[in-house]
Design a protein around this ligand. Structure first.
Ligand code: PLP
Length: 300
């Protein structure tokens, strides 16, 4: 069912067509939308997309969870992204594939609703992220795998992330740190967390978090650097004696955490383990480490 032709938009009554992307579509009303965030970097051999296959696997998986037929094969979608970068003459940046139910339709029944699939590109500096963040352990708990499929990246889930984000900001922190419903450390609003303690790397198990592709890359890179990695259930108290804590995500890469509530505070320089991981990650994404060349898709 379509709404009646005249709508109120930003203070004015305008024809529905003026807001073709804003009206009653289910992507907006019910979070019936899936998306990805992917980076591409300048390398010695030209620009390259980092872990395109893993991102497309997750994008297509997320779409399947919401019953979306993207109408394109993974292979052709990859080609379309490469072509879009070429057409935009971009050398490094951020890619956002997004698909959402976009029919002006009331009600939650998404079966058979029209789908819009888009890819957008932003320029993004290649420089190392030097920012650090202060996190608050928020009262609101992370989504639970008993209630949603956490392997999918579905927009509706981010209501949970946003509530935590606002709670953290109101208390004067930069970002939220979520615990799961059992009280174990889970993740940030849009990033995964790692703890370095006595030269060992710890990170929450996959069960209650999104399986970040940066998280996966860091685990592999650490193991190759002979740094031990444990995926385990982590209580907030475990962070008290940490040497470093950092976040991972496609956009932020590795981001240093200087404070977590009353559990962790760090004013001194990062440990050699953190520096080694950050440096190696940067080398990997820019194509300087042969072993990981298959993670890069060159834009030729
Ligand atoms: C909830 C959540 N956790 C973790 C991540 C980090 O994932 P990735 O490293 O694949 O960007 C993201 C980012 O998409 C996220 O939304």
């Amino acid at each position: 069912m379509k709404p009646i032709n005249k709508i109120w938009l930003n203070g004015k009554i305008v024809p529905l067509e003026k807001a073709s992307f804003l009206n009653f579509h289910q992507g907006l009303n019910y979070g019936a939308c899936v998306y990805e965030g992917i980076r591409f970097y300048k390398t010695k051999k030209g620009s390259a997309i980092f872990r395109l296959k893993a991102h497309l696997d997750r994008f297509f998986y997320s779409a399947s969870v919401l019953n979306m037929d993207l109408g394109v094969t993974k292979n052709n979608f990859a080609k379309a992204i490469i072509n879009l970068i070429r057409v935009n003459k971009a050398t490094s940046g951020y890619i956002r594939p997004i698909a959402f139910y976009s029919e002006p339709k009331m009600g939650i029944n998404i079966v058979g609703a029209k789908l819009t699939v888009m890819v957008l590109i932003w320029p993004w500096q290649d420089s190392l992220q030097k920012k650090s963040v202060k996190m608050k352990i928020v009262k609101i708990k992370r989504l639970d795998p008993a209630t949603v499929d956490l392997k999918a990246k579905i927009s509706g889930y981010y209501a949970n992330g946003l509530l935590g984000f606002l709670e953290a900001r109101r208390a004067g922190f930069d970002e939220p740190l979520f615990l799961d419903v059992k009280g174990f450390v889970a993740e940030g609003a849009v990033n995964n967390i790692f703890i370095i303690k006595n030269n060992i790397l710890y990170t929450p198990k996959l069960k209650n978090i999104l399986g970040g592709i940066t998280r996966d890359s860091i685990i592999q890179i650490a193991r190759d650097l002979k740094i031990k990695v444990y995926e385990k259930n982590i209580r907030p108290d475990f962070m008290r004696q940490a040497d470093d804590i950092f976040l991972t995500g496609t956009g932020i890469e590795l981001e240093y955490v200087t404070k977590i509530d009353r559990y962790f505070s760090k004013n001194s320089a990062p440990s050699p383990v953190f520096n080694a991981l950050q440096e190696q990650y940067r080398k990997v994404v820019t194509g300087s480490v042969d072993k990981y060349k298959n993670w890069l898709t060159l834009i030729k």
